[in-house]
Design a protein around this ligand. Sequence first.
Ligand code: ASP
Length: 464
Amino acid sequence: MQRFLIKDTAKHIGEKVRVCGWVNVRRVHGKILFIDLRDISGVLQVVFVPSNKEAYDLAQALRPEWVVEITGQIVKRPENMVNPKIETGQVELSVESLKVLSESETLPLSIEGDGYDIGEETRMKYRYLDLRRERLKNNLVVRHKVIKFVRDFLDKEGFAEIETPILTKSTPEGARDYIVPSRQDPGKFYALPQSPQQYKQLLMVAGLEKYFQVAKCLRDEDPRGDRQPEFTQLDMEMSFVEQEDVMELIERLLILLVQSLFPNKKIQEIPFPRINYKDAMAEYKTDRPDIRKDKNDKDLLAFCWVVDFPFFEKNDEGGWTFTHNPFSAAKPEFEKDLMAKKNIENILTTQYDIVLNGFEIGGGSIRNHRPEALEKVFEIMGYKKEVIREKFGHMLDAFKYGAPPHGGIAWGLDRVLTLLLNEPNIREVIAFPKTGDGRDFMMQAPSEVDKKQLKELHIKIEKK
Ligand code: ASP
């Protein structure tokens, strides 16, 4: 007999069905035994009566979180037992047979309620149980819907989703790289990507024209605020575009996404206001201004763009470094200054950041597609010719063979979801996040490895 999802049972009054799921709660009323059965789709009241002795006796043993399979008839509930709050509130299952598929020990944490008050260590160690919680299951399903929406939208716009490597070479994106030792090449290392930046630009050189990817990005940063060592970007790149084209596309996508999947949310202003960096700093003292007119309204979304960022800033050693992305182009009116390495502090970049309710949710830029211009950026940053060659030779070479003008953007998917779902931090929208200090309490990572593995990798650990 075919399995019914619980949410569908209400439409089948009088029919015999088979359902599977977890025992949510078990209650006894006089001689009658009730359980609430839960599956991915909902909760169903199940009734065991003494006249069905076999099932009734077996049901005495049921405890919360046991996994069962039940067949029976869907019947209307007595009037006084109707529960208007749930989809199946009009019906219940009158049991014919019960099969226990799996037993459960008492859970180490409660999965009722929102769970915010349970210690992080417990929630993370038993994440697979924490995820049984309604709120978190819903967050993951919404995450899926958002990704699917973006995929469908971009597909219609002519984008191709293309995967890029996880084992790659260090890129200068401002954070520390995670590195992976090479067994074949002792003393050499791969780096895990901080973003697919260089690959997506090389795909433009390859003539793909419109790329996107749901991309894992890895950055070995000190624990600070609400960060994860690995996070997901919706990463895009386009050829033959200007700043305006990228911003228009993203704005259209975000508006449509909110209207389609989050109809309760109100976007404060369309088109999204644009603020230049200087004004943002003067007026809001931040380049991530929270421009909400009513900060108490949890359904208000105040998007804005921040543009006209300085390209370079002084680093701790007194030299120049990039503020956002070394691959960005200068704004056209500053191209001459960049090429002459003059007026450096005033050069503005084509960088555009998208900000939502005071959080930067994404950013991108038009890139330098001419090798001379890219080389100048690295020279301004004080890199020697050999270093530029060694680190970026592949980009400079690629740009010699007909690189189209191109630009792109990436959003932090986890952050966008956190804001749309009114969650307090990004861990609530990631299936298996790490703790604030980068640990995985469930898998116990990071962990030591066998001596043999280290030997193969030519690595000796210096114990302090
Ligand atoms: N790769 C950039 C980042 O991770 C985004 C971009 O410029 O497309 O911030």
